[in-house]
Write a new protein. Sequence first.
Length: 178
Amino acid sequence: MGFSISWLAFKALSKMEVLKRTGFRDTGVYDEANESPFSLAELPTGWTILFANDFDYGSAEHLIALSAGAMIVACQAEEHVMFSAAHCCAEGRESWSVWHDCERGRYDLSVRGALPAELEPIRKRLIAKQDESGGARSNVDYTFDIPVELACELTGYRHDLSKFDWGQPHFTRLERDR
């Protein structure tokens, strides 16, 4: 079993602003393991995270519509086929995207836009780990983590961790606002 998820990180938007923008309402029910289709947490890092058990929810196309007057960083992880992506959209436009598709090879990494400086050290470190573990023949896909680690570096959140330097996120279940 692996993740097939996405999460959106809204910079400097309150929980209420994110709910209004995305058309959800907060049930107030704690979602410790992100088992609900959608859940939300405000982080002390200044980001509000909307977690989706829906890989496509974090697509760059979807973010563009949500990013008017805001900045959003999103991460997508599909571990069944080892596809990962990180995107940033601001003011209704895509700023950058980074994605890995293992079906195109262990070293596949595609990029678009004005990439953040944080990408290059992450890329160098994880490509070196890929080389050390056997390269293209390795049983481990370190390149998959490049977009995931980039999104984490920028927002302070990673979907497969439960504790951080700043504490633990407190996610609550969301429902579509009718």
